[in-house]
Design a protein around this ligand. Structure first.
Ligand SMILES: [Zn+2]
Length: 405
């Protein structure tokens, strides 16, 4: 958890975007994007409680808030993922989801943009979200589209929240593609309108490049793409896709075929959209970090100090107090974490000591695995987990249940 602890994180929300390590186990390597979390050796928790028990036996420095991934559920109960789930398969998913909630998972995450879930109907998600809502949980959504159809995708997410009466979060809120730049005005207005009817929140990471698996549909003319990992060509991690294609003398499509399974960073966002989303009331900060990547997106190490350094101190997009609140109090409220996220007598002592004059990210696209500057001490529930520029080795982390202390 060094990438997290070094930037002052004491609690991690895991299992986002429809992808959770549990519940799922298979004989073969998991399909993309589930392979972002690891190979089949990592997916060894057929049932949710097996994962939480393992976490208890080998705790981390950080606490964990767990989401049950829709794609993991689909991959567990379906023989093929290119179709809607049948009523019988949905029943099986509901049983697994209920078990996960019994094991203290706080809700369901979906990633309808991905091939593991794209064929799922809105109704399929509503049925699952109802189970979560009945137990006071939350639905987080990596939406079906963040590019040309982002408007429609927000409508779908809002509909799920409305029909399931389920608190919802839109993950890594953004607008992708050069021709969509500026549309955050419209998408934020849609969110604010929906917030009058339903519990809806958003989070964002402070970068104008995204990262996920290497996908042909994400490649646009004139947009830079960096490779983060490649199973057949690990030596290409960190390289520019177009440069690799030139070197191999292959088309972009063929280059992608040869690199896959692989991951990539896509430079597709506009800084003005990012600033507008960051400045919007109560937008949470979330890293969307991918710890298994050979050459990860710098957000894995740099998200929180980058907000405090670049967007608070240098650009004045939001105040220091607002920024800290969106990293602490707001997510604690949204995810139902009692006694966390505020400094007061009787609350859990999750404390970060940083210098507002020097705090900054040092992780870059070229050198992404660098700890933050200006963060001197990090404490999780009264125990120091980061001191003198390194982890202390303490592992006080535990699973945090919704509403539990
Ligand atoms: Zn996502």
């Amino acid at each position: 958890m060094t990438p997290k602890v070094s930037q002052g994180v004491t609690t991690v929300v895991a299992g986002n975007c429809g992808i959770s390590l549990a519940p799922f186990s298979g004989r073969n390597d998991p399909p993309p994007p589930m392979n972002l979390l690891g190979t089949k050796e990592w997916y060894r928790f057929e049932r949710a409680h097996e994962y939480t028990e393992a976490l208890e036996e080998t705790p981390a420095a950080t606490n964990a808030v767990l989401l049950c991934g829709h794609s993991s559920l689909r991959a567990s109960v379906m023989d093929g993922l290119n179709r809607q789930a049948t009523p019988a398969e949905i029943d099986k998913m509901i049983i697994m989801l209920d078990e996960a909630l019994d094991a203290g998972f706080v809700g369901l995450s979906t990633g309808l943009a991905y091939s593991t879930a794209r064929a799922a109907s809105t109704e399929e998600v509503i049925e699952l979200a109802r189970v979560v809502a009945d137990r006071g949980g939350i639905h987080t959504s990596h939406m079906r589209d963040e590019e040309d159809l982002v408007h429609e995708a927000i409508h779908e997410t809002v509909r799920i929240g409305q029909e399931a009466c389920c608190a919802s979060v839109i993950s890594h809120f953004k607008v992708l593609g050069r021709h969509n730049h500026g549309r955050s005005r419209e998408t934020l207005a849609l969110v604010q309108k929906a917030q009058r009817d339903i519990s809806l929140d958003i989070d964002v990471y402070p970068y104008t490049a995204s990262s996920t698996i290497l996908l042909k549909k994400f490649i646009n003319e004139g947009e830079k793409v960096l490779i983060t990992w490649s199973d057949p060509h690990p030596e290409m991690a960190g390289r520019d896709l177009h440069e690799i294609a030139a070197e191999w003398m292959t088309s972009i499509d063929e280059t992608i075929d040869r690199l896959n399974p692989a991951g990539a960073i896509y430079f597709k966002m506009d800084e003005e959209d990012l600033k507008r989303i960051l400045a919007s009331p109560n937008t949470m900060i979330g890293s969307d970090g991918l710890p298994h990547d050979k050459k990860p997106h710098p957000r894995l190490w740099g998200t929180f100090p980058r907000v405090l350094g670049r967007y608070v101190r240098e650009l004045g997009v939001l105040s220091l107090e607002q920024a800290v609140h969106r990293m602490t109090g707001v997510p604690a409220r949204v995810f139902g974490l009692k006694n966390r996220g505020t400094l007061r007598p009787g609350a859990c002592a999750d404390v970060v000591v940083f210098d507002p004059q020097t705090v900054n990210d040092t992780a870059s696209y070229e050198n992404p695995e660098r700890p933050a500057a200006g963060i001197s001490l990090v404490m999780n529930d009264g125990q120091w987990i980061w001191r003198d520029g390194k982890p202390t080795g303490a592992t006080p982390g535990r699973q945090i249940h919704r509403g539990a202390i």
